[in-house]
Design a protein around this ligand. Sequence first.
Ligand code: THG
Length: 265
Amino acid sequence: MIFIGERINGGFKDIQYAIKEKDKSILQKWAKVQTEAGADYIDVNMGAASNKLDDFIWMIETVQEAVDTPISIDSNKPAFLKSLVKSCKHPPIINSTTADEDKMDEIIPLAVENNASIIGLCMDKSGAPQTVEKRVELGAIIFSKAIESGLTEDKIFLDPVTMPLRYLQEQVKNQIEAIRQFTILSSPPPHIIVGLSNIASKSKEVRLINRVFLVMCITAGLDAAICDVTDEELVNSAITAEVLLNKQIYSDSYIKAYKDSKKKK
Ligand code: THG
C-alpha cells in the first residue's frame, strides 16, 4: 500500500494560518508526524489559502527541510507545475491531470522529463462522471496517453474521483467497480488511488466510513490512498486487508513487519 499524507492542505485552518504567516513549524510538525506514521509521500495543497507560486514553493521547501519523504504536488494550476517539480528533491507525484488533451499534453511530458509519477483524475471539462463506463473510459484515455508518452505503469496512478457519500450515495458503488475495471486495463496494472477523506465529507461517522470504504476499495484493487495516515486504525485496516488478500505475508506480527519493512526503505 502506498500511503500519502493528506494533512498539509490549505483547507485546514492551521495550514492556512501557516501559509499566511510563513510559520514553518506547523508544516514541519505535520511533515514529521505523517512521516513517522508511515507516509510514503506528503501531499502538499494550498487550497484557497493562496494562489501564489512562491507560497507553494515555500511549502515544498519547508516540508523538505524537515523530512526526506517525497512530495505529492496537489495543484490544479498546470502553469505552476514546472517550477514546483524542480523544487522537489525526490521524484514527486504530480497530483493531478484530468483526461483533457491540453492538460495531459502539458503534464505528462513534465512527468517523463523529471522521472515523476502522475495521478490521472477520471474527469474532464464536463466534470466528474456519473457512470462506471465513463470513469473507466477517462481512466483508459489517461493511461494510454501516459504509456505512449513513455511513462511506465508504476508511475501512473488512476483516481476514480471519490464523491461524498452524504451527497452522492449512488456513486460510491460505481467508484468501487471502476477500481476493479482499472486493474484489468493492463498487466501489470497502473496504481489505483483515491482521495479517501472525500467519502466522509460532512458526515458524522468520519473515521468509520473512511476505514470501511478504504478496505472495500483495496478489495477491488486499490493500492494507494491520500488519507489521514495519523489514524492508526485506518492504516492497520489497510495493511490487514492486504494480508487477507495475500498481498503481504501473514505472520502474527504482520503489522510490525509491514511497518519495519517500510522504515528500511
Ligand atoms: N484525489 C486526488 N487528490 C486530492 C483529492 C482526490 N487532493 C485533495 C483531496 N481530494 C484529498 N485531501 C483531503 C484532505 C482533507 C480532507 C479531505 C480531502 C478533509 N476534509 C474535511 C471535510 O471535507 O469534511 C474537512 C477538513 C477540515 O477539518 O477543515 O478532511 O480525491 N488525486
